[in-house]
Design a protein around this ligand. Sequence first.
Ligand code: NAD
Ligand code: MG
Length: 397
Amino acid sequence: MSADLLRAPGVQPRKRLTILGSTGSVGRSTLDLVGRNAGLYEIEALTAYENVALLADQARTHRARLAVIGDPARYEALKAALAGSGVEAAAGPAALVEAASRPSDWVMAAIVGSAGLGPTLAAVTRGATVALANKECLVCAGDLVMKAVARHGATLLPVDSEHNAIFQVFDFAQPESVDRLILTASGGPFRRLSLGEMRDVTPAQAVAHPNWSMGAKISVDSATLMNKGLELIEASHLFPVPEERIEILVHPQSVVHSLVAYVDGSVLAQLGPADMRTPIAYTLAWPERMRTPCPRLDLAALTTLSFEAPDPVRFPALSLTRHALQSGGAAPTILNAANEAAVAGFLAGRIGFLDIARVVERALEQVPRHPVDTLDAVQAADQAARAAANRLIAELT
Ligand code: NAD
Ligand code: MG
């Protein structure tokens, strides 16, 4: 009998978690899973940008050690909301980095946008296991982040459903056996609209995704297909497959979350419900698996699984992102920041839906491309691109 089997059954040590962006869609789904498995986990830190009430409520419910609010002006409000709870309160960008730097076994990086880069890098730099939802940090600083992952022995587990699917079926022992990656896209709410119809869509229509419930920014990105372009860049950093062998296919049912095609003609896919708790659970339990309350796929009831090539004319974000990836250097950083500014401009009603890709394209033409091999250089390129995009938005308004 092996020593393992002879060992007396003991209490499993609880896994210590940090959740960056706990008040968002991914953050709340993560805490939902944690809450259903009380006893397996303890919470080191939770962070949010402005929702003090929800952050304090989460911190009390899950007995977090630390709660950080990104907006420094909300520090007093957070302190008051946590009074008597024993939860430490902190605020501001440096405190977000400090939260990610504190020892924990697992970090969920679920801040939206390049604002998540500093804290995510801090977690990577201490060699943590990082469940990565914050795709923008790989888009704006992919080389920097992946070098830090290698240098510090961190583990990156992709949360984005497509990358999580590929991660589950990719043969890392023989990467040369992979012929291509196929990223699936739902096509978003405007898949069937003409360019003329897309011109007048409202923010409310753009955030109403047909299959997934997500934060506002990623929902708009899904409507422009910029999300899939960002995911192309994300995939090129996560998997050893060159850009020209990463394809994008529209699959409106969102059942097949992505596929890996092998040189022998085999194609392996991961299927699942359109519920982010499935990929989040994969990263939370990794390398094991955990039970989730997600709906189960009823394969017999699936009458159609369809796939079609995306339309590059109505969705120019796809070629913008592919070109930015091919150019490399600061181009993806500029693209990402300009897109964040343009999406904010669209959500605020300042520009139209089709202006988003125009602003990104013009910013890519205007902003000088300096090397982005340090965090400071990435942040400088990000700021320059935001400034250019905001000028372009002001011209359009
Ligand atoms: P969300 O808008 O619902 O939540 C974002 C979180 O980030 C919130 O907790 C917010 O307080 C925090 N935040 C926002 N700005 C911040 C700042 N400047 N500083 C610090 N914190 C800040 O977004 P989401 O939908 O949960 O998405 C989070 C990330 O996960 C994004 O990068 C998104 O692309 C990615 N992702 C989301 C989904 C999904 O289903 N929602 C799927 C795949 C990938
Ligand atoms: Mg995705």
